[in-house]
Design a protein around this ligand. Sequence first.
Ligand code: ZN
Length: 167
Amino acid sequence: MAIHHILHYPDPRLRFKAAPVARVDDEIRMLIDDMFETMYAAPGIGLAAPQINISKRLIVIDISEKRNEPLALVNPEITLREGSQKSDEGCLSVPGISEGVERAARVVARGLDRDGGALEVEAEGLLAVCLQHEIDHLDGKLFVDYLTEMKRKRIRKKMEKARRQAM
Ligand code: ZN
């Protein structure tokens, strides 16, 4: 297993539309393991493959307190959205930033599990938010896109400054 480097906003690679996974094989399972390791180390509650510069439709999530309820979804899709909720969101690709975002309150997501079997997840609350946030990443969409242009610009400046200071 390996911890991968996480791309930071406004890296243009975060904007690519990721390609579907053709087959869930050992290579994909290894990648899923790496994604969990990277997410737990960060630490975070969700990670999408494009965040580690792998343009594949693959997400991992663990919102449990004990960090022992891993959920991996290959080629995930949201098949139902209901209601709305607003909560503060952050992102491992936008470190140090947390802003309120409105999302569906309940979702049903469908995809494949790490063995290639069909998996359907019904979620509400934090898990619903997390699924919507991570699946957005696969289409090059970030939570900052839901904010006002003014807020987004301010965040972008902050990120660019942090990047310059790190170099
Ligand atoms: Zn994110």
